[in-house]
Design a protein around this ligand. Structure first.
Ligand SMILES: Nc1nc2c(c(=O)[nH]1)N=C([C@H](O)[C@@H](O)CO)CN2
Length: 121
């Protein structure tokens, strides 16, 4: 099993626990590592055999844009569930970064891993 990745995907959404954060859109940055079999696609040279990172990115962007969560934890869990359901991804690692959310820190956020790496005991 291999990894298809998406780095620094920026999406505007409603996110945050403060009252003012419910009234604005803020930019989150998402980094994903998605377990995928790349060997079959490499053999056929057909995107139909690949985990299509363009399709994942489009669906993910639409999904996150429409959300209104308080915590980045909730958003991350929601994204992981959607990706695993829609694309049959067995394992993923997701980093959700909220730039400039805390004075003195460039960014804060969460990293989650969900699912089982295929073949792992
Ligand atoms: N673990 C978390 N802590 C905090 C979050 C969060 O989503 N997860 N959010 C906030 C606020 O929304 C912050 O970004 C702005 O004050 C605070 N702590």
């Amino acid at each position: 099993m291999d990894i298809v990745f998406i780095n620094e995907l920026r999406i505007d959404t409603v996110i945050g626990v403060r009252d003012w954060e419910r009234r604005v859109r803020q930019t989150l940055v998402l980094d994903l590592e998605l377990a995928a079999d790349t060997a079959t696609a490499a053999e056929s040279d057909d995107v139909g055999d690949a985990l299509d990172y363009d399709a994942v990115t489009r669906q993910l962007t639409e999904h996150v844009r429409d959300m209104e969560h308080a915590l980045v934890e909730t958003l991350a869990e929601d994204v992981a569930m959607m990706l695993r359901d829609e694309f049959g991804i067995p394992w993923l690692r997701l980093r959700v970064t909220k730039p400039g959310a805390v004075p003195g820190a460039r960014a804060v956020g969460v990293v989650i891993e969900r699912g089982q790496w295929p073949g792992a005991a």
